[in-house]
Unconditional design. Structure first.
Length: 174
């Protein structure tokens, strides 16, 4: 991926074009950027830099007045390692990691250090693969809650959303 981006940047420089950068609180680069008032819209290899995070997607919108970032299409981010761990809660169970975590989704929104995502959420730790429909994560403390068709390590979803138990539940007759 890095070599592809370097090749793309080299080709753009050779043609006299460069990727535009927005220098507000968060920064966004893309193959194409446009501005409509406080909105900066990007398409094609969008990268949004928010502190230590770099989010990548097909399309994005940066609200330069509020610092909110909305990304769509193959969104991915690597959450940095934390000594106090990233924690992903679902029902009464958790997945956690003190190592970097890969997070992908169809859509991600970040505003005021709250990350919200929807559609095909995948959380990859060194030990587990967590899949769900939605995620909300406080980036300041690494605490997240995932909801909707939660699966860990490719197990079938637990429709109750409450931890443990087999699916489908055994029917006991007396």
């Amino acid at each position: 991926m890095k070599s592809f981006l370097l090749l793309l940047l080299s080709a753009a420089l050779a043609c006299g074009q460069t990727h535009a950068t927005v220098a507000d609180r968060p920064q966004m680069t893309a193959g194409k950027l446009s501005r409509e008032g406080a909105l900066v819209k990007g398409s094609g290899h969008v990268r949004a830099k928010l502190g230590p995070l770099t989010l990548e997607a097909d399309e994005g919108v940066l609200h330069s007045d509020t610092g909110e970032v909305e990304l769509r299409g193959h969104v991915g981010v690597t959450l940095p390692a934390r000594s106090d761990r990233n924690i992903f809660r679902y029902g009464s169970d958790i997945v956690f990691s003190d190592q970097p975590v890969l997070l992908s989704a169809d859509r991600l929104n970040v505003k005021d250090a709250l990350l919200r995502g929807s559609g095909h959420i995948q959380v990859k730790t060194t030990k587990d693969l967590l899949a769900a429909d939605e995620i909300e994560m406080y980036l300041s403390n690494g605490d997240a809650r995932v909801r909707g068709n939660v699966r860990v390590n490719r197990t079938p979803p637990n429709p109750s959303g409450v931890g443990g138990g087999d699916f489908p539940p055994d029917i006991i007759k007396k």
